[in-house]
Write a protein that binds this ligand. Structure first.
Ligand code: C2E
Ligand code: MG
Ligand code: MG
Ligand code: MG
Length: 292
């Protein structure tokens, strides 16, 4: 977008706003057709144990393969799906595809790994995610322990419905709960405990600071000590460099995810990664204090 940067602020040209509105409307119309014609697929990105480099789970990331435009990034259509209400249908479709994929891997005799699924605020706000999950799990004969649900802090805190009750209903199926993009919202210690979250995914923005500023390390160290004290496991998102990985290992972060290990890949490629299991060669961790 063309923007004019003034002193400490940006000004957007008015015509651009209309352009954005027009694009949104186009995407919305296209989304309806895309759901009817089943143009969505799911890519998978591994999460590895920070100590051993062994894959321990993976994240399901929706992909829209438009017949003319090719792959449309989620950040372009998820917000539109949310504001138009189409997210419920799309979200249910993703949950179904993931359970179907797990059943296929199981039929190939593979040892399954948990798959985390993103559930956005509006989806969660409808209050039926627990039932959508139950239906898909039953349909493919998959146990709840193979699914994790990622929700953001703001989705958790939203007051449209009984968030606590819904999270409990999801959890009662053996599904684990993770806070996504942790550090960007406003959840408190007591809330994390009240909502019985199993783990935290530290937002990529904080990983990006590692090795650049002492602040980055201080922040992650604080999250880790808090999470571990509450019995939660911690995943660092967006790990792209060996240096970031080394610092995270020294700080005893539990799991890492990012382009350094693997980009999100189609299911067929994930099959190869599952067979390989150890995705990155790691030396003995240095437990030295990075934060002296
Ligand atoms: P997210 O849940 O925080 O997912 C992580 C995003 O970071 C993914 O982007 C992933 O491809 C990207 N990523 C992973 N490692 C790296 C790295 O090392 N460097 C960089 N720069 N990026 C990395 P993606 O797939 O484009 O998804 C963007 C967002 O769209 C997701 O953020 C999530 O909020 C949303 N999303 C994706 N799939 C779904 C879905 O099925 N349902 C819902 N409701 N939202 C979804
Ligand atoms: Mg996520
Ligand atoms: Mg995230
Ligand atoms: Mg994110």
């Amino acid at each position: 977008a063309v923007k004019v940067a003034g002193k400490g602020h940006h000004r957007f040209y008015q015509p651009e706003l209309f352009e954005v509105i027009r694009q949104r409307r186009d995407i919305e119309q296209n989304l309806v057709a895309a759901l009817e014609e089943d143009q969505f697929t799911v890519y998978y990105q591994p999460r590895v144990d920070a100590l051993t480099g062994e894959m321990c789970s993976m994240e399901a990331l929706v992909r829209w393969i438009h017949p003319q435009q090719g792959m449309v990034p989620p950040l372009e259509f998820i917000p539109v799906a949310e504001s138009s209400g189409l997210i419920a249908q799309l979200g249910a479709r993703v949950i179904d595809m993931v359970c179907q994929q797990l059943a296929q891997w199981k039929s190939l005799g593979l040892e399954l790994l948990p798959v985390s699924i993103n559930v956005s605020a509006h989806q969660f706000g409808r209050g039926d995610v627990d039932r959508v999950l139950a239906v898909a799990l039953a349909r493919y004969g998959i146990e709840g322990r193979w699914i994790e649900v990622e929700i953001t802090e703001s989705a958790m805190m939203g007051d449209q419905n009984d968030a606590l009750g819904q999270l409990a209903a999801i959890r009662s199926q053996g599904v684990r709960l993770l806070v996504d993009d942790f550090g960007t919202g406003y959840s408190s210690l007591s809330q994390l405990q009240k909502f019985a979250m199993d783990g935290l995914k530290i937002d990529r923005a904080f990983t990006l600071e590692l090795g650049k500023s002492k602040q980055g390390e201080v922040f992650i160290r604080a999250i880790l000590s808090m999470a571990h004290a509450l019995g939660m496991s911690v995943v660092a998102e967006g790990v792209e460099t060996v240096q970031q990985l080394e610092i995270l290992r020294a700080l005893q972060c539990n799991e890492v995810q990012g382009y350094l290990i693997s980009r999100p890949v189609p299911a067929e490629q994930m099959l190869e990664l599952m067979r390989k299991r150890f995705l990155i060669d790691l030396p003995e961790p240095v437990l030295a204090s990075y934060c002296a």
